[in-house]
Design a protein around this ligand. Structure first.
Ligand SMILES: NC(=O)c1ccc[n+]([C@@H]2O[C@H](COP(=O)([O-])OP(=O)(O)OC[C@H]3O[C@@H](n4cnc5c(N)ncnc54)[C@H](OP(=O)(O)O)[C@@H]3O)[C@@H](O)[C@H]2O)c1
Length: 295
């Protein structure tokens, strides 16, 4: 059922191989350089992902308590489901918890990351949290110097930068007391180079990327891991207007939880994120030019 999808003409991309159930991790075969398309057997891959999740989901030892913000969204929900399957006790947080799907063993929590009082009110429920996943996000699809809504940049910064910052400042003292923990920040490739069509969103993710690096350095001595996640397009409401290819939320969740259970502190989930991440590492200006359409 595979197809050949031409992604971005100017960069070598990855041939995705079916995931490896035994390891539970996605495997990627690097083709010879110069390959300009990705073979994407979407149906098979999706089936394999489901299988992989199941293989990793036999009742395991309890992993700790994980908080996921923005759990009504596409990636948030996938993270909640996978963490629960992996043996975490999960707290699913949302501005409106009535919109959270009922999942056995998952606790719901009301939390608006832009509201200090909402975070204060949630703290009694967060005392035992080992892992904070800052997943809540807002992309208003606006420009930066030329914009439709002059308030957009501020609203995006409130959710994408100040939200994780507020939550980290509330949670870190508790993690220090408990001897450690982990903070996972769901960022974006656009944190590394901006897409002008959503310039203010990109800037907010870039700020959150820098915050992630600073926190990682600051909190290492307290045994608090800080993980940055840099996805490309994910098949959720936020990317509804984007063309394929988009990574399934379950695949992104799998890469995130694998990093959490493994030792990585940076995650580029899926073939597009891995290839564009590699391009950025080799030549940051090339990624900037690609997103700006000036390459
Ligand atoms: N989709 C992509 O292509 C893509 C690519 C790279 C990175 N990301 C990042 O992945 C993360 C998840 O996004 P998604 O793709 O799953 O998008 P989504 O379906 O739009 O979900 C976004 C979630 O954030 C929540 N949220 C927004 N403002 C909030 C606030 N003030 N307090 C608490 N929660 C708030 C939303 O809750 P409500 O239900 O209350 O609105 C929703 O649950 C985001 O950080 C996003 O920036 C997405």
């Amino acid at each position: 059922m595979g197809g050949e999808i031409n992604l971005i003409n100017s960069i070598p991309l990855t041939t995705i191989k079916a995931s490896t159930p035994a390891s539970g991790r996605l495997s990627h075969d690097r083709p010879a350089s110069g390959v300009r398309s990705v073979r994407w057997p979407i149906d098979t891959r999706s089936i394999n992902l489901q299988y992989t999740v199941m293989m990793n989901s036999s009742p395991g030892p309890e992993q700790g308590v994980a908080l996921v913000t923005g759990a009504t969204g596409g990636l948030g929900r996938a993270l909640v489901e996978l963490l629960a399957l992996r043996g975490y006790r999960v707290i699913a947080a949302a501005r409106n918890p009535d919109r959270l799907p009922g999942i056995a063993g998952v606790t719901s929590l009301r939390l608006d990351v832009t509201d200090r009082r909402s975070i204060e009110a949630a703290m009694p429920a967060l005392r035992a949290v080992d892992v904070v996943i800052n997943n809540a996000g807002l992309n208003l699809g606006d420009g930066i110097a030329i914009c439709r809504d002059p308030e957009a940049a501020e609203r995006e910064m409130q959710v994408n930068f100040f939200g994780p910052l507020r939550l980290a400042r509330a949670m870190v003292p508790l993690m220090k007391e408990r001897g450690g923990g982990a903070i996972v920040n769901i960022l974006s490739l656009l944190a590394l180079a901006p897409l002008p069509l959503c310039g203010s969103y990109s800037a907010s993710k870039a700020a959150a990327h820098s915050m992630t690096q600073a926190m990682r350095a600051e909190l290492r001595r307290w045994n608090v891991r800080v993980i940055g996640v840099y996805p490309g397009p994910i098949d959720t409401a936020m990317a509804a207007d984007l063309p394929e290819p988009k990574e399934p939320p379950s695949a992104v969740a799998l890469a995130v939880v694998d990093a959490l259970d493994g030792g990585q502190d940076e995650v580029f989930p899926g073939a597009v994120a891995q290839d564009l991440g590699a391009m950025w590492r080799a030549n940051p200006k090339a990624l900037e030019a690609l997103f700006a359409g000036t390459n």
